[in-house]
Design a protein around this ligand. Sequence first.
Ligand SMILES: [Zn+2]
Length: 145
Amino acid sequence: MSSEKELKIREIDLRDAIFSAITLAQAEISKIRVGAAVLAVNSKGDSSIFSGCNIEISFSRAFHAENVALLKAISSGYTNIKAVAITSDSETKQGAAMCGCCRQDYMYLNPDCMIYVFNPDKSLKLKVKLIDTMKYPYLSKGMIR
Ligand SMILES: [Zn+2]
């Protein structure tokens, strides 16, 4: 199966994963719950989806959902990042294609990674290639293999 075709099929899996993950968000500080999911491939060529939610432990320690999902993928041996999907329950920030810090983390792994942003009603709001969100990209190759 071509990578493009598999990605299309996995869009639904990614969407399901983010709406499951958002229910686990710990967002007592921002009051904005976020769900994310990463589609990644390991060294054997197997693909899998890793979900994450935002975790706000304290004012000085908060983890973004897309970063939690990314770290789960990497720590499971799935370092070839193909796509990330996100949603939040904030109407005003819904259009954001991830914060700059998270996008740069993904840039180190795959600038061609697809980003999907879903509305709270589960409709697709935005589908964009990560590199296309960067006007002046920092293209340093990360250290993750
Ligand atoms: Zn972020």
